[in-house]
Design a protein. Sequence first.
Length: 276
Amino acid sequence: MIPLYFETKPGGVPLLSDWDIERDAAALIGDFNPSLLSDPAPVDIERFAESYLQLSIDFNWLSHNQSLLGRMVFCNTIIPVYDPYAKRAEDFPVHARTMIIDNSLIDKEALLRSTIAHECGHAIYHRSYYGRQKTQTAACTVSDIRIQTDARPLTTDHDWLEHHAKRFSAAILMPYPAVRNVCKRYTDHLTLWYKNEPQLWNRLAATHIASIFKVSCAAAQIRMNQLHLDFQAPAETPSTAPPSPRNAMSLIGATEEALARVETEHYDRLYCQHYG
């Protein structure tokens, strides 16, 4: 694994912007499998965790009601797990650098991938923080894992730690350069037919992105919004007479060519600004 450099507050919480995390994720993916940045495909997140980050993945029942989806362990310790047969909590010994994933996720691919990626974020950024805590484990609930649209204020250490892990999960599963390439390729096709229906355009694009990266449609839609890649319908130009079908197609083609050029230049500048 390539080294990552970041400062921390006195308590061990990293000082990271969203674009710091985007940069780190792109650098890690570039070292793990460079083709994933140019040729969009689902990252093998289990291999990334186990082979690249040298973490162990184990499965168990973390709670009686599936309220806990993942737990990242930073030291040799004992954690409580649920025994569904005895219907009680049991002690479970765990080695350092192990993530425990709840058994309920085994057949939920998108949520499983998000949870593993989320725990990878904790492992990368938060060892210093959790090394100072008594339990030295990061326990993640459903709301911690799921990408959300609401911009909740980040006030506590826990808020920031979960925000880091959540952003890293999105950035490692859907790297910015790869998502940008998908949107660029898909824009011309979709915009021709859904130019004035941005909500439908965005739903179709999100479905396409979700199928490529093996994430949920909701996560793909939020990721597009995070990266400012969602589509907004251009303002209509007043006209005194409807154009002929041939002229209409030419007009749409010219407009979309101009839009594509402006968007490409904008995101090229954005990419260079944040990724060097």
